[in-house]
Ligand binder design. Sequence first.
Ligand SMILES: [Mg+2]
Length: 267
Amino acid sequence: MIEIIHHPPGAPIRAALLDFDGTLSLVRSGWQRVMRALMLETLPAGKESGAALAAEVEAAIHRLTGQATIHQMEWLATEVARRGGNPEPAETYRRRYAERLAVHVAHRLAALERGDLAADALLVPGARALLQALRARGVLLILASGTDRDEVLREARALKIAGYFGVHVYGPGTHDPAFSKRAVIAWVLSHQCLAGPELLVIGDGPVEIAEAHAVGAVAVGVAFDEERGTGLDASRRERLIAAGVDLIVPDFVEYERLLALVEHGER
Ligand SMILES: [Mg+2]
C-alpha cells in the first residue's frame, strides 16, 4: 500500500510537518465541491463551453490545493477580470466561500462535540496512531494548514489531536497574513538546525510536497479518496508525483512500515 517514488535516504526523523485538511482531518472533506460551485457561478460565461470552464476550474482547484484560501480566491478574481468581468476583491470571495463551507463544517463539528460522532470517524485512517508513534519517538510535531488557524485549532481539538502539536499550529489569519507553508518549513529547518532529510513533510496537496522537495525533506503524499471514504485517489496520486513526492500512501494504516522506510530507507 506504500508506493515508493524516490527512495528516502534513511535518516532519523527529528521533526514532522503535517498538513491538516485531507491529510489528517476529514472535517472539511467536500470543500472542493463548495469552491467549485462558487467559482463556476462567479466566472462570467465567455466563448468557451461550460465543460471547458468546468475543466479549467477543476484544474485550478487541484493546482492550488494547500495554498491559503486567499490565494485561491485571488486566482478567481484574476480570472473574472481576464474574462472581461468586474471582479470583487479576493477577500470578499474568500469570506463567501468560508461562510458556505462553514455550514457543512458546523454540522460535523457539532456531531463531534456532542459525541454523536467518534473523532476517528473524521480522521484519515491511522492518523491518530501515526501521531502517537511520532510522539513516542520524540519527534517535534508541527501542523501547518492553508485554512484559517483559529478554525484549524477548533477542529483539531474536536478531533482530539490538538495536543500532539502544542503551540506549533500554523495557518493564515490576522496574526499572520503573510503565512505560507514555505515560510513554516524554512523556519523549522533553521530554528531546529535540521538537515533536509531529518524533516518529514506529510500532505495531500502539491504545495507542501513541492516545498518539501525543494529543501530535501522527505515528502510523503496522502492520496486518500475522500469521496469514497476509502482507498487511493488516482488523480491526487498523479499530482503528488508531479510535485516531487517521495512516498505515497492512501492512508496511515501502515504507519509503522512507513516510518521504518523513512528512517532506514528501503533494503
Ligand atoms: Mg490538505
